[in-house]
Design a protein around this ligand. Structure first.
Ligand code: 4NP
Length: 160
């Protein structure tokens, strides 16, 4: 059997946006019966929250849409750029932070913006909800549901 396709979702703290993306994608992958073929992980460009569970407000917003939130925060490492097949940045600053770790310069082609996969939203970045209210967390889930479905559709269509 072919090796699983490995996806890494990246934000700043790895407690709000990227763990949501990871868990939403796992949910969609599982519903599609593809859990053996597609693996998901997430990381933060910062080390501010290493070892912490996802933000409680983010978990509430995810749970409200039927998404369970698992995982602990970890910091992105340069080895991640070698090991993953596709790396999804939540915003432009995350994108720049990921590329800054591409020491070999060989892996830039693996790094894409998550919102490039949206089918129903026109946003170009997933907004950072950390300092805002509950609406911002709900919006992140809606946006990531859209982008994750678009991403899965492209992987299944073997366009990536
Ligand atoms: P995330 O959100 O990058 O989506 O996990 C944030 C989490 C923590 C902080 C900023 C954004 N912070 O400044 O601690």
């Amino acid at each position: 059997m072919a090796a699983p396709y490995r996806l890494l979702f990246v934000c700043l703290g790895n407690i709000c946006r990227s763990p949501s993306a990871e868990n939403i994608m796992n949910h969609l992958v599982s519903q599609s019966g593809l859990s053996d073929q597609i693996q998901c992980d997430s990381a933060g460009t910062s080390g501010y929250h290493i070892g912490e569970k996802p933000d409680r407000r983010m978990t509430q917003a995810a749970n409200a849409q039927g998404i369970e939130m698992k995982g602990r925060s970890r910091q992105l490492d340069s080895s991640d750029l070698e090991e993953f097949d596709l790396i999804l940045a939540m915003d432009r600053s995350n994108y720049d932070g990921i590329l800054a770790l591409d020491r070999s310069g060989q892996n830039a082609h693996k790094v894409k913006m998550m919102c490039d996969f949206c089918q129903n939203h026109t946003d170009t970045e997933v907004p950072d909800p950390y300092y805002g209210g509950a609406d911002g967390f709900k919006y992140v889930i809606d946006l990531l549901m859209d982008a994750s479905q678009g991403l899965l559709d492209q992987i299944v269509a073997e366009e990536l």
